[in-house]
Write a protein that binds this ligand. Structure first.
Ligand code: GRG
Length: 295
C-alpha cells in the first residue's frame, strides 16, 4: 500500500482490508450451527463505515506500525461494535428494525439467534486479539475488555436505558456517551497505537485527548444526523431520539450550537496531534471525516 495516497484511497483500502480480514476471522456460514454463523456474518460483514478500524490503522501509523500488525486490533474493535449494534437493536433495548440499510439481525434471524450472534461476535473479538503477536496481546485484551464492559460501553448503555425520558444535564449526557460510544472509539485508538513504537507520557496523554475529542464529536454528529438525516442516507431509522424523548446534544444545545461544538472538538483533535507531525496525517484526516460525515 502506497503511504502517500489521498484520504479517499487510504480509507477505502483500509475499509476493504478490514472487511476481508473479518471475512477470514468469522466462521463460514455453512459451518454448523449454520443459523448462528450466518447471523454473525450478516451482522459483521458488508456494511458500516468502519470508523473504529480506520482509527486503529491510523493510530498504528503514528508509531510506524504497518497495517498487517494492526489487523487483529481492527477486526476486534469492529466485532465488538457489530455485537453492540445487534444487542442494541433488540426489542428489549432500542427495538429497531433497520441497520446498515437492511433488516436488523433479530428481524432476519429471530431474537434468540441474534442474542447468541452478539455474544459470539464479542467472544470472537477476544479470541482474535488473544492470537495477536504475543508482545501486544495481553495489554490489548485488557484494554478492549475494559472499554466494552461495565465501566465502558455496556455501562454507558445501562445509563442510557436508565435515563430514557429523563431530563439529563449536559454533564450527565457527556458521561453517558463517553462510556457508551466514546470508550470503544478510545480503545480503537489505543489498540492501534499499541501496535507501534512505544509513546512517551506526553504523547500518550495527547493521544487520549485526541480520542476523547473525536469520540464526543462522533456522538454529537450522530445526534445531528438523527435530526437532519433520512433512513435512506443513514441506513437506520432517523428521528428516533426525538420520538423516544431522549436527551441529546441537539435537544440540550440546539442544532446550531451542537454543530459549533463539533467544530470545536475537531480543532481540539487537531491541536492534540500537533506534537506528532506527519505521522498523525491519517488521524487528522479522520478527525475531519468524523466531523463532516453525512451518514
Ligand atoms: C448493547 C452493550 C451494548 C451496547 C450498545 C453502541 C451502542 C451501545 C449502541 C448503538 C446506539 C447508537 C446509535 C449509538 C450512537 C453512536 C453509534 C455507536 C452509532 C453507530 O455507529 P456507526 O455510525 O455505525 O459507526 P456503522 O454502521 O457505520 O458501523
Amino acid at each position: 500500500m502506497n503511504p502517500d495516497v489521498a484520504w479517499p484511497v487510504w480509507s477505502r483500502e483500509r475499509a476493504q482490508r478490514v472487511e476481508s480480514a473479518l471475512e477470514g476471522a468469522l466462521p463460514a456460514a455453512d459451518e454448523s450451527p449454520q443459523s448462528l454463523h450466518a447471523a454473525m456474518r450478516y451482522a459483521a460483514l458488508g456494511g458500516g463505515k468502519r470508523v473504529r478500524a480506520l482509527l486503529a490503522y491510523a493510530s498504528g501509523e503514528l508509531g510506524g506500525a504497518d497495517a498487517g500488525l494492526v489487523d487483529h486490533a481492527a477486526i476486534a474493535v469492529e466485532l465488538i461494535h457489530a455485537y453492540s449494534l445487534v444487542h442494541d437493536d433488540l426489542p428489549c433495548m432500542d427495538d429497531d428494525v433497520l441497520r446498515r440499510g437492511k433488516p436488523t439481525c433479530h428481524v432476519a434471524y429471530g431474537e434468540a439467534v441474534a442474542l447468541l450472534a452478539g455474544d459470539a461476535l464479542q467472544t470472537l473479538a477476544f479470541e482474535v486479539l488473544a492470537k495477536a503477536p504475543l508482545s501486544q496481546a495481553q495489554a490489548q485484551i485488557a484494554m478492549l475488555a475494559e472499554a466494552a464492559g461495565s465501566h465502558g460501553m455496556a455501562g454507558g448503555q445501562a445509563l442510557d436505558l436508565a435515563h430514557v425520558e429523563d431530563a439529563l444535564s449536559l454533564n450527565e449526557l457527556e458521561r453517558m456517551h463517553a462510556l457508551k460510544t466514546g470508550a470503544l472509539i478510545h480503545a480503537a485508538v489505543r489498540l492501534g497505537a499499541a501496535c507501534g513504537r512505544a509513546l512517551d507520557q506526553a504523547q500518550s496523554d495527547a493521544l487520549d485527548r485526541y480520542a476523547a475529542a473525536v469520540g464526543l464529536g462522533f456522538q454529537i454528529v450522530d445526534d445531528v444526523l438523527d435530526v437532519e438525516g433520512t433512513a435512506h442516507s443513514l441506513g437506520k431509522t432517523a428521528g428516533k431520539d426525538a420520538a423516544q424523548g431522549k436527551a441529546t446534544y441537539v435537544s440540550l444545545l440546539g442544532l446550531d450550537a451542537a454543530k459549533i461544538r463539533v467544530a470545536e472538538l475537531r480543532d481540539e483533535a487537531h491541536t492534540a496531534l500537533l506534537a506528532f507531525g506527519a505521522g498523525a496525517r491519517r488521524l487528522n484526516e479522520l478527525a475531519d471525516w468524523i466531523a463532516l460525515r453525512k451518514n
